[in-house]
Design a protein. Structure first.
Length: 159
């Protein structure tokens, strides 16, 4: 049996001694989070996507939210103390994070950005996030993730 190649995200979690399980799926290119959840039979409200934004101040931020929800840019900006924020361009994802589109995760990036997780995760014991490459998901505790990245929970989605 071939040894699983660890991503930066997995190495970060190992270093922090945070338990996680890895879930993989066949995929050669980017598919959206809803398709990923369906491929792995994961509940949509427990499967979170990572979005990276750029603030007016010049800082970058990570937002995690359920795959079927949409980020509310005004709420998200307020959450991180910015006047306004905008999504980074797809072509800049790798340069900014070190990850590719569809494999972006808030852990193990080139630099740790302030991270906000939608408050629906607070009531979940475990949730799914990208594992750091296309075809890989990680299931872990939202509470332990928040502590590891020094992030917070907040309401950041359109109602």
């Amino acid at each position: 049996m071939a040894k699983e190649l660890k991503t930066n995200a997995m190495r970060f979690l190992d270093k922090c001694r945070i338990e996680y399980t890895v879930h993989t799926y066949k995929c050669d290119e980017f598919i959206d989070g809803i398709d990923v959840a369906e491929k792995l039979n994961q509940p949509l409200d427990e499967t979170f996507k990572t979005l990276v934004v750029y603030g007016k101040s010049g800082n970058y931020y990570c937002f995690l939210l359920p795959v079927a929800m949409e980020l509310d840019l005004k709420k998200a900006a307020k959450s991180v103390g910015e006047k306004s924020i905008e999504m980074i361009h797809v072509k800049d994802i790798t340069k900014v994070t070190g990850y590719v589109r569809g494999g972006c995760t808030p852990i193990g990036m080139k630099k740790q950005f302030m991270t906000v997780i939608h408050n629906s995760a607070e009531k979940l014991e475990l949730f799914y996030i990208s594992g750091g490459r296309i075809g890989t998901q990680i299931r872990l505790s939202p509470e332990k993730l928040i502590n590891a990245v020094n992030g917070k929970f907040d309401d950041i989605v359109h109602q």
